[in-house]
Design a protein around this ligand. Structure first.
Ligand code: ASP
Length: 592
């Protein structure tokens, strides 16, 4: 037998028992006549003790011979510790070792396997098996497993069926590039890895599955960021005979269940806000509602007063940073303005008004606006003495986006964004189509299968170009703390409307038929009204743990270059594989 107990298990009531433990050597303290070893496994740490008075010299020698990360097996008696610690749950006891076996040696690990590791990100990824031995990483993977279990419990309890859909499919345009896989049996042809199971889950509704879900890998060949991975996991769902409300209620219920069962957090009912309102109040379709500092528009009262920047602007809009007037010197404001002018944000400038403690004002536009004018501004903001108003002007969409960045930055500086204070929000009624000036065509804001709102169907079928820009979709996102957790929509289930949408998106009839004939064909065999949603599972894990990176919730993530440095992928393939797959080798291409 390898072990009688795990390393997180022994307590004072075990004193006197003989136990056998296995694990990795975390630390060794050698005092000559006494040696202590902290033994670690997934469950915790137990202190082993070797005492010259009790143990044979062979045993002492064996204990002395081990190094960090050796795998050992130890048998001995549980005794009460003389110096107890409450830092670990086993801190009241230690095991006085009577038999000791080295199961495997270890070379010195490249970083310390402790909560605060000295290893950088790249090193940790290369030696991920050592990284996962660290408590914070291991705990995140255990959390993920629990979250998946609770997701399954909840959805299966609500009559959902988990159905697996294929990984080798045909390209579906969902906004990102596909990863493709050459088909050996079909020379010159390629599969694509799914960006999501979108069309399959819709077809499962036509097939009468009624309620589908899947915790599923999706693949998108996009440029990487901290919260993105080329392969990631979704909680993917679809339901038939449902309205938007049915879907929101189901997934609000799921989200509440997940927070309650894994974090013991009660989320109240989720507020709902439509897209237009989110854009005008926060300048973002994923507003962080942990704090106020909402946008206040001054366009009416600030334009036409001779200040050229305002007069030329489509919108004048600002935020009120409570109590910040005194904290911001002219130099600080200048720095903040420069921060806003970085290419990532691209603001031209920023106007500030300080509401002084005595109720007077100091602004960067004193030349154009007198105290009375500034007072009307302050009233609009509901500003109090000591507050700082930060105002921007320009073209509406751009200005709102920039002010959103400023609001979030001020939220950070004012410590209003506690990561463990969870504020969910449904954002509803997204535009159906987005006009892209560069390519001179419409893009689907969500994806091509999203339905317009019922009231907009007629206009979509018969309206002109301008009408299309105003169409609203039955599309929704769940946002928590300013992070998009997931999104979905009610789908088109009518062949003619789907064909119209493809046309608006610039597909010719042939292209639409070639790429999506199977779906439109299925719609002709009695497609029920249906809709669905997908949550980003990795991201949900990270938000629930108050961190921004999704990497630690993925056992073997890719680095920023999309590489798995542990197995060294992607890699070159053998020439024979090129032949087999009807691909040309680098040498052949060079020879051509
Ligand atoms: N397939 C969509 C996505 O991956 C989600 C959905 O519409 O259900 O974003």
């Amino acid at each position: 037998m390898y072990r009688t107990h795990k390393n997180g298990e022994l307590r004072i009531e075990h004193v006197g028992q003989e136990v056998t433990l296995c694990g990795w050597v975390q630390t060794i303290r050698d005092k000559g006549f006494m040696i202590w070893i902290d033994l670690r496994d997934r469950y915790g740490i137990t202190q082993l003790m070797f005492n010259q008075d009790v143990s044979s010299s062979e045993l002492m020698e064996a204990a002395k011979s081990v190094g960090r990360e050796f795998v050992v097996k130890a048998t001995g008696k549980v005794i009460e510790r003389s110096s107890k610690t409450d830092k670990i749950p086993t801190g009241d006891i230690e095991v006085e070792v009577t038999s000791f076996e080295i199961l495997n040696a270890s070379i010195t690990p490249p970083f310390t396997i402790e909560d605060e590791s000295d290893g950088g990100d790249e090193l940790r990824l290369k030696y991920r098996y050592l990284d996962i031995r660290r408590t914070p990483v291991r705990e995140k993977l255990i959390f993920r497993s629990k979250l998946a279990l609770e997701t399954r419990k909840y959805l299966i309890g609500d009559d959902f069926v988990e159905v697996e859909t294929p990984f080798l499919i045909k390209s579906t345009p969902e906004g990102a590039r596909d990863f493709v896989v050459p088909s050996r049996m079909n020379p010159g042809q390629f599969y694509a890895l799914p960006q999501s199971p979108q069309t399959f889950k819709q077809i499962l509704m036509v097939a009468g599955m009624d309620k589908y879900f899947q915790i599923v890998k999706c693949f998108r060949d996009e440029d990487l960021r901290a919260d993105r991975q080329p392969e990631f996991t979704q909680i993917d769902c679809e339901m038939a005979f449902v309205t938007q409300d049915d879907i929101l209620n189901t997934f609000e219920g799921l989200t509440k269940h997940l927070f309650k069962t894994t974090l013991d957090v009660d989320l109240g009912d989720f507020p709902r806000m439509n897209y237009d309102e989110a854009m005008s109040r926060y300048g973002s379709d994923k507003p962080d509602t942990r704090f106020g500092m909402e946008f206040v528009e001054l366009t009416d009262i600030a334009k036409g007063k001779g200040f050229p920047v305002f007069d030329a602007a489509e919108i004048v809009v600002g935020i009120c940073a409570e109590g910040q007037a005194e904290s911001y010197s002219n130099k600080d404001i200048k720095k903040l303005t420069e921060w806003m002018q970085r290419p990532q944000i691209g603001a031209k400038g920023m106007i500030n008004v300080k509401v002084n403690a005595d109720g007077t004002f100091k602004s960067s536009v004193d030349k154009f606006f007198d105290a009375d004018a500034l007072k009307t501004w302050a009233e609009k903001f509901d500003a109090k003495p000591g507050d700082l108003l930060l105002i921007m002007a320009g073209e509406t969409d751009k200005t709102r986006k920039q002010l959103n960045e400023l609001r979030l930055e001020m939220g950070n500086r004012m410590e209003l964004r506690d990561p463990m204070n969870f504020k969910p929000l449904w954002v509803l009624d997204f535009p159906l189509l987005e006009w892209d000036e560069d390519s001179n065509r419409f893009h689907a804001m969500h994806h091509p299968f999203t339905s317009p709102k019922k009231a907009d169907v007629e206009r979509m079928l018969n309206g002109d170009h301008e009408t299309m820009k105003a169409l609203r979709a039955d599309a929704y996102d769940l946002v928590i703390n300013g992070v998009e957790i997931g999104g979905g929509s009610i789908r088109i289930h009518d062949r003619a409307l789907q064909a119209r949408n493809f046309k608006l998106l610039g597909f010719t009839d042939e292209e639409a038929e070639d790429q999506f004939g199977f779906l439109m064909g299925a719609f002709e065999y009695g497609a029920p009204p249906h809709g669905g949603i997908a949550f980003g599972f990795d991201r949900l894990c990270s938000v629930m743990n108050g961190v921004t990176s999704i990497r630690d919730f993925i056992a073997f993530p890719k680095n920023n270059q999309g590489r798995d440095t542990m197995i060294d992928a992607p890699s070159l393939i053998h020439d024979e594989q090129y032949d087999e797959l009807f691909l040309k080798s680098t040498a052949e291409v060079a020879a051509e």
